[in-house]
Design a protein around this ligand. Sequence first.
Ligand code: NAP
Ligand code: MG
Length: 485
Amino acid sequence: MTLQDVLDDIRKRPGTGDVIPIIDPVTEEQLTEFTDCGAAGVDEAVARAKAAFEAEVWSGLPGAERAKVMWRIADLIDEHAAEFAEIDSANTGMMKMQSELVVPTCAEFFRYYAGWCTKINGTAYDVRSTGIAGAGYVDHHAYTLKEPYGVVGLIFPWNGPIFNACAKIAPALAAGCSSLVKPAEETPLSALLLDRLIHEAGVPDGVVNLITGYGHTAGAAISAHPDVEKVAFTGSTEVGKMIVQASTGNLKKVMLELGGKSPVLIFDDADLDKAIFGAAMGIFVHSGQGCVCGSRIFVQRGVYDQVVEGIAGVANFMKYGGPTEEGVMSGPLISAKQLSRVLGYIDEGKRDGVEVVTGGFRLDRKGYFVHPTVLTNVDPATSRLYKEEIFGPVVSIIPFDDEDEAVAMANDTTYGLAATAWTTNVTRAHRIVKRLQAGSVQINCQLVFDHDVPFGGYKQSGWGHEFGKDGLDAYLKQKTVWAQL
Ligand code: NAP
Ligand code: MG
């Protein structure tokens, strides 16, 4: 399926709601448009998903058979890698090299979780229970069964369209669930190709159902639907809270991967070349549109000026541009809305006396590009720049004197997604790992990921974990069985 095929196909998808344009963030021109499927489209998809689940067309297959189909999906993704990369780059403006690197990782989600299909086991317990009081010892055998939740809603944002889709669909399929797959309305294109390949690989109809529509219509309908047993959501904390509220009708289970305001601590004993480059990439890559981006950098006072200068140097060196432009290191923001949001934060900072070391403006060209921006003199007590997730290439750099102060400032946030420490002092590194309130702590590295390693947020950055075995368990419920011997 070429880019042109998906641009044509999405126009033909059924819907009765608003017509939603898809805009190329590099040219600001419309690529295509589609009709919101709305709550009615969700109702139909849930009915299909429920029927497929109850008929056990997928969950009833032996794990080994599900695994074979998932390997075929992975192989098909690899075969169509060039198309995926072209589609995601056209839709998000991300560098071609970046989208090309991501696709094999996406295929790997299906291979990784295919491996778990044959290893979904409960636990056996040898029990000598006292049973009913006074009746004496009674021998029991007890065990647990892991069972798929049933119909699950998978809702995710635009910052990594095909990655986000595969990260959720693969474990849901491995577990045996039926799913509703709702990409962001800005970036549904690669999900069309994925949906086709999933079915070509042999996943029966009704098991994976693509939903194309807005969040406040289709997404909200999924979150409130009485036949949806679980929602796995990646996105903003604000929408995460709405999903929790919408889920109360049937007390559906909710997994949340939310926003962050992740701290990066650079100590004076750090390898400064690595720390400066790592911290700069940790916020400026992908125009800062990553949930784990380190948007608050704390630097020990003795090396503060050197680090500010170094990070500003990387910011000035980085060329932002379209997917195939020469020498480009990052793409644009996703939309005009995100552009004005990011510039709004910067303008507010300027009014509040923040010092702009570099950047702070929109690039003088077509497209939603903001120059990588380094800010100092940011007031942690009052500045929204410091407290709120901007989701753009904007970083505040703040000095600290000692470890206690650094940890206190790092933890002074409602978020708790990720944190990084740059230090060559091994003892200090492991000591502060325990003190940092974040679901992921990285020592001398940033933006690291593996399919097998769990990922989740503390505080208002999330509920539950994705990836690894924890990510599989997120789609399984547990039944306890007792037998009296
Ligand atoms: P968002 O507004 O929260 O949207 C995320 C998804 O939720 C989209 O598919 C959106 O659909 C849908 N949605 C919106 N309103 C909804 C509602 N009322 N009910 C159900 N679904 C609804 O986030 P975004 O602006 O697209 O993405 C940026 C945010 O995602 C940032 O805050 C970032 O930190 C977070 N993020 C987190 C992670 C993580 O793993 N923790 C990863 C990536 C991004 P529409 O777009 O169609 O409205
Ligand atoms: Mg959106």
